[in-house]
Design a protein around this ligand. Structure first.
Ligand SMILES: [Zn+2]
Length: 420
């Protein structure tokens, strides 16, 4: 299968001012073109036609016929750049139209909102609009960008060692280069490069089982072919989670103070970005540990599909916990998938029902008592540990319960499942 990774590099702050202004001007012109297409579509209700009259391809053709010449003359950009921008705008409307259709069919609950163009992705074709090369020792790479019909500017960038390695390999054709995007964050510019490669994803007899939760962001076990469990690890970032909870409460408070009809504010958006960063950091680190463990054991990974998180009745903040749990879960799972596939590690997504209710040794239904899971045969273990064992088992035996050997030091008469 083909896997992709995106590499972000920063435009060097040592860039000469004139070049920087040229780059910014190019970026702004691209934004203007995007807005131009965007409003043309809305004014002529072309987005409505996209729902069931015309295809995305038709829309691209219409825009090309109607606006191409005008755009090129007005904005002085190359033809490839115009096409890329047009395509990105059309794709945004097309995904809106797909969602809208689903909404009409009753498949989704909320009416999707039309794409808004506040800040737009500037996608550049390699090699026609942008090329990458190494030169000298001061900067790892240079990006050469065609900013208008006649000129290209050479932009020095900075990046970490890991990113440097990936891009270097891509330039040496170990990976394929996809598109390059120019993005603006916090008033500065970055290039995002997509690198792709073919990998063979292999199944394995050893399974790394992962349970994702709030007490431990991940409980990881390795289940071997002989039924033995090893390498139990509890990964937690409790302080960061508390920080997210705090920021969330703060947002709720700020929302309650907003004037009628206003849904967000600059301050709220800033807090959201903070939460987002923390969540990404957690997901990045947790997924890294999981994938490293799978690699060290030559194993595949088993992870739950969606969280079966059920808040206990009468507990305060259960809505928030649920939201938090699902959110953390989704992000960790996405990161695990992407990092594992990049390394050719197979990931099995298992159904979550029952994984925290059954005993991983005998398969009987038990109950949770705080942090503990208690099996009716008297076996007690950490509840998250029990769940992750079950998840690992599911990957190999989707229909069986409780066939794991006992961890050393527990006394328990193992009975087979099937009694429930
Ligand atoms: Zn049991």
């Amino acid at each position: 299968m083909q896997v992709a990774k995106s590499v972000t590099v920063k435009v060097s702050p040592k860039i000469n001012m004139n070049k920087f202004l040229q780059l910014r001007d190019f970026y702004n012109r691209c934004q203007a073109i995007a807005r131009f297409y965007h409003s043309y579509i809305l004014e002529n209700s072309l987005h409505e036609k996209l729902i069931n009259e015309i295809t995305a391809r038709d829309l691209k053709n219409i825009l090309h016929q109607e606006l191409y010449k005008q755009v090129r003359e007005t904005f002085d950009v190359g033809s490839q750049t115009v096409q890329e921008i047009r395509d990105v705008v059309v794709e945004a409307f097309n995904s809106w139209a797909k969602l809208y259709k689903k909404w009409l069919d009753g498949e989704i609950e909320h009416e999707p909102s039309l794409p808004r163009i506040v800040e737009f992705t500037v996608r550049m074709n390699i090699p026609r609009v942008c090329s990458i090369f190494e030169h000298g020792k001061e900067f790892p790479f240079f990006f050469k960008v065609k900013v208008d019909n006649n000129s290209r500017i050479v932009i020095p960038v900075e990046c970490g060692e890991y990113q440097r390695g990936l891009l270097k390999d891509a330039l040496e054709r170990k990976y394929k280069l996809g598109a390059v995007q120019l993005v603006r964050r916090g008033g500065w510019f970055y290039f995002v490069v997509v690198v792709k490669k073919e990998v063979e994803v292999k199944q394995s007899d050893t399974v790394v089982g992962v349970d994702i939760g709030l007490r431990y962001q991940a409980t990881v076990v390795v289940l071997h072919k002989n039924g033995k469990i090893s390498d139990v690890e509890f990964v937690k970032y409790r302080r960061l989670l508390d920080r997210i909870r705090y920021l969330w409460k703060r947002i709720d408070y700020l929302k309650s103070k907003l004037p009628e009809g206003q849904r967000t504010s600059k301050q709220i958006r800033r807090l959201w970005r903070k939460i987002h960063r923390i969540n990404t950091w957690i997901a990045h680190n947790v997924s890294k540990r999981i994938v490293e463990k799978a690699r060290a054991n030559n194993a595949m990974i088993a992870i739950e599909n969606l969280n079966n998180f059920k808040p206990r009745k009468g507990k305060r903040g259960k809505k928030m916990n649920r939201k938090l749990s699902n959110w953390i879960h989704g992000r960790i799972r996405d990161f695990v998938l992407y990092k594992a596939h990049w390394r050719g590690i197979y990931v099995k997504i298992v159904l979550p029902n029952g994984t925290s209710k059954r005993c991983h040794i005998c398969g009987a239904v038990g109950y949770r008592h705080g942090v503990l899971f208690k099996c009716k045969h008297g076996y007690t273990s950490n509840a998250d540990f029990n769940a992750s064992c079950n998840i690992a088992l599911r990957a190999k035996f989707p229909k069986s319960w409780g066939i794991v050997n006992m961890p050393v030091g527990t006394t328990h008469k193992a009975t087979r499942f099937n009694e429930w």
